[in-house]
Design a protein. Structure first.
Length: 118
């Protein structure tokens, strides 16, 4: 599976990249903003986008709308420190995982949204 990671926190991006790579998931890039996210998604064509909610609801909603509006079916998984999943539902994301969940929750969410690619 190929994943594009969107976060403005280098430590989180690095930790997630190491974890995902250890589980045979290719992190195609780590981007820190909406414009970079949309451009890299178009260029790298990931199987899923892992989005740090801390970038902001407006950024997430615009990015997801950009995918859906452009006909890109790439599923988005939101990663957050929040315990409720309302942001994912309201933004149109395919799944929602919190940083406090067991690490396997992230793998399960990615498998759920892009099962054919794992």
């Amino acid at each position: 599976m190929r994943v594009l990671l969107a976060t403005d926190r280098p430590d989180l991006g690095h930790a997630l990249s190491v974890y995902l790579t250890a589980h045979h998931i290719d992190v195609v890039d780590v981007v820190c903003g909406r414009d970079c996210l949309l451009a890299q998604a178009a260029a790298k064509r990931p199987d899923a986008v892992l989005f740090d909610w801390r970038l902001g609801e407006a950024v997430a909603t615009a990015a997801i709308a950009g995918y859906q509006g452009g006909g890109d079916p790439t599923p988005v998984v939101i990663l957050s420190t929040l315990r409720e999943n309302a942001p994912a539902r309201t933004s149109g994301a395919a799944a929602y995982v919190t940083l406090g969940d067991p690490p396997d929750s992230l793998l399960a969410a990615l498998t759920e949204v892009a099962p054919r690619n794992l």
